[in-house]
Every structure is written in C-alpha cells, then in structure tokens.
Design a protein around this ligand. Sequence first.
Ligand code: NAD
Length: 263
Amino acid sequence: MVMGVVLLGYGAIGRAVHRSLAEHHEDVEVLRIVDRAVLESGAQNAATALSEAIAGARLVVECASPAAVRSYGPGIIGSGTDLLVASLGALVDPRLAQRLLHDGPGRCYLSTGAIGGLDLIRATAATIQEITLCTRKAPLALLHPGLPEQLRALLAGMRPEHGPEQVFSGSVADAIHLFPSNINVAAALGLAAGNMDRVRVQIIADPTALSTTHGINVHTTSGHYSFEISNVPDPANPATSALTARSMVSGVLRLAGRGPHFI
Ligand SMILES: NC(=O)c1ccc[n+]([C@@H]2O[C@H](COP(=O)([O-])OP(=O)(O)OC[C@H]3O[C@@H](n4cnc5c(N)ncnc54)[C@H](O)[C@@H]3O)[C@@H](O)[C@H]2O)c1
C-alpha cells in the first residue's frame, strides 16, 4: 500500500526529499507540500493548509524549522498522524519532547539527519558518562542574524590565513541559544542518550573547511566509541549537510515498509 505523506518545509532539505521520493512512487506519495514562504503569496496560511492536508496522510515529514515543530508538532501527533522530525533542536525543550514522544496517539520519529551511530548511543544510554561533540564548519555556515554583533563580525571577517577559531564550548541548552540551526546533531546525541546534560558541545569555525565535520566521542562504562562524520554541505543551504535529506528519505522508506531494517 502506498504511504501518503505531507512535506512540511520546502527549502534545501524539503526539495531534495521531494525529488528522491518521486523515484519511489510505488511506496510513497507526496500528497501536499506546506511551506509558509510558498503559501504567503496565496490565500491560505500554513496552519490551515496543514490541518487540511493531514486528514488523508499517514506521515508528516518536517524539514522546516524548530518553530514549525513547536507550532504544529503537538497538533499533528494529537490528530493520530505520525511525524518525522528533522529540526531536532526543538526537542531540547523537555515539555515539547514529552508531548511529541510520549503523548500520542500519533508517533514521533526522529531523523538521524546529518550523523550516524545513534543506534549505538541509544543501546548504551544507561551506561553513558559523557558524550563530546566537536563540530567544525565554514564560518559562513554558522552566520545568522540572531548572533551577537561581535561574533557575527568575527565570523564574517574570517579568512583562510586566520586559521580555525573556537566559537562555542558548553552545554546543548546554551548552544541552542547561540546557534539554533546548527544544533540538531547535539540534540540528536542528547535525545539518544536520554539526557541532554551528558553532552558537551564545541563549535569551531574553520575558514579552510570544505565539509562539515562532527567528531563524536562516547564514553560509557561498557566501552568507548568514536565517530568522525565529514559531510559535504547542501549546495542550496551551506548550513545543511546533503546527508540529511538522504537520511530523511531513508527514514520515510523504512516507515513505508522498505527494508533492510536494522534495529
Ligand atoms: N537533524 C539534522 O541533522 C539536521 C541537519 C540539517 C538541518 N536540519 C534542520 O532541518 C530544517 C530544514 O533545513 P533546510 O536546510 O531545508 O532549511 P531551509 O531554510 O533551506 O528551508 C526551510 C523551509 O521551511 C519553511 N518554514 C520554516 N518555518 C516554517 C513554518 N513555521 N511553517 C511553514 N514553513 C516553514 C521555510 O519557508 C523554508 O522554505 C532546519 O530546521 C534545520 O535546522 C536538521
């Protein structure tokens, strides 16, 4: 049976997911695309469009923003429709995480997004002492209008001859205030570990970086695990890794019943 899905967000990830899902029409049908930028020119707002669209869908694929997860996530889950989330930073809020992950009746799935290894972290969660994440990105991929002026000027002015610079070190909760669109990986690690406080985050702006690198070290009483993930940025949005859309498509196909299923 073909699974009907709604895409919430039609930017770099949403468009790439849409293109890939078109090759899997025997498993998945995109019933509707809801994006506020697309709808603004029309008569309908995103909330109305989404509530109409989810009536016939089994899954909403969120690739919009943490704000979209906050605004629409509880309604989607409450309607009994399932939700696949890319903007994991939204779930750093424990009350929203509770509503989405535990209240039902719809199910909330978390995309593995720009990394891997979350199955191992989840399996060892009870034994985790600390997870460290060192994210290295090109300065322009870290720039956003909400940054304090001094940090914005530093990132905007970095040249290859300056070398890399640490721009953040601290908790997931603090990282999300400074770099809200760059914290999905840290949030994913905290969610898999069942405790955001176990994750320490370091962010390095590297003007020579051609890819985004996540160095992940997991210290547990059952072993020590290291991952290094080096992602090519999505050409449509340098803050996003091209892997994320592929992970979303892989997740959608898995929910549509396509194996192999590693669990
Ligand atoms: N889990 C991960 O590893 C991971 C990796 C990269 C990006 N992301 C997240 O995925 C999301 C999408 O990334 P992108 O690169 O495609 O972004 P993008 O800016 O290219 O596109 C986002 C689209 O969503 C729409 N949108 C935003 N808020 C909306 C709302 N409230 N209602 C309706 N439409 C809304 C925008 O108009 C835009 O077209 C971001 O939140 C990003 O942080 C997650």
